[in-house]
Design a protein around this ligand. Sequence first.
Ligand code: FAD
Length: 294
Amino acid sequence: MTSVIERLCGDRPVFSVEFFPPRDDADEAVLWRSIRELEQLDPAYMSITYGAGGSSRDGTIRSIARVATETTLVPMAHLTAVNHSVAELRNVIGWYAAVGVRNILALRGDPPGDPYGEWIPHPHGLTYAEELVELVRSLGDFCVGVSAFPYGHPRSPDLETDTKYLVRKFQAGAEFGIAQLFFQAEDFLRLRDRVAAAGSDALLIPGIMPLTTPRTLAKTIELSGAEAPRWLLDRLEPRSSDPKAFRAEGLDIVTELCERLLAEGVPSLHFYTFNRSKATRELAGRLGLVPARA
Ligand code: FAD
């Protein structure tokens, strides 16, 4: 089974795609249409997020198992420590291995309900992602990734502390980091510089949201944890009530961002798809990340 890190270390830049588990049959049909459409473009890997509990977690395991057995894609499963004992985490990791998933994005996760609420670890669970990295690595031949935050994690007191704990995740055995959403290439490049200055050569991959609608812009602002720069809002807000114009301008902005990142040598771009394929296909095509045969 190919590992994510092998796919990232080729001689040309690549892209990857992120989905979330389907909630019902209709969702599942949409998800699978998108997976099949993107499969033809040979993304480096595809990942499925891990929810706060219950059926969504089953959905992650079911979907990633199907990807591993029915597609040519390299699967990566997200996993969080939220509401899990170590025994349960071992069980999920065992399931991933059993269905052929060897790539795991190891995360602490947020408290369910209020992401900014108090983090209370499971009494027999883990407190930080670093411990989950160690657990996954101790259980077999897994390629492990972690999250990284260009503006610092919202709970971090400052960027120095944030960088210190990010680097500890790499020292614990994570081989790459995927950056949370950000607005300007410099924001990502500063994160990359901080990590390098702290002595780590782990690969960092920018997370990219195709800005197709006002909703995707709002989500980007929320997830980034930062304020959107004025120039970005000036380009998008006047088009808020014109869906076609908003989409065209949004994809131009994202294309410019990605071109700058590629020029700075990033090995890969990680697209948040919202389980749709069209915008990602368009961006990958514009950026020359699609293999010639596709
Ligand atoms: P950690 O690395 O544990 O960090 C959390 C905080 O604790 C930070 O402030 C950090 O600096 C600090 N810290 C870390 N280690 C230590 C230590 N040893 N001692 C003291 N302080 C420490 N959430 C989901 O629920 N499901 C998903 O599928 C999911 N996918 C994601 C994918 C990406 C690419 C990203 C960027 C985020 C994703 N998230 C997901 C969100 C993520 O779970 C939250 O942002 C969460 O708050 C942080 O998780 P983490 O793994 O970065 O935590």
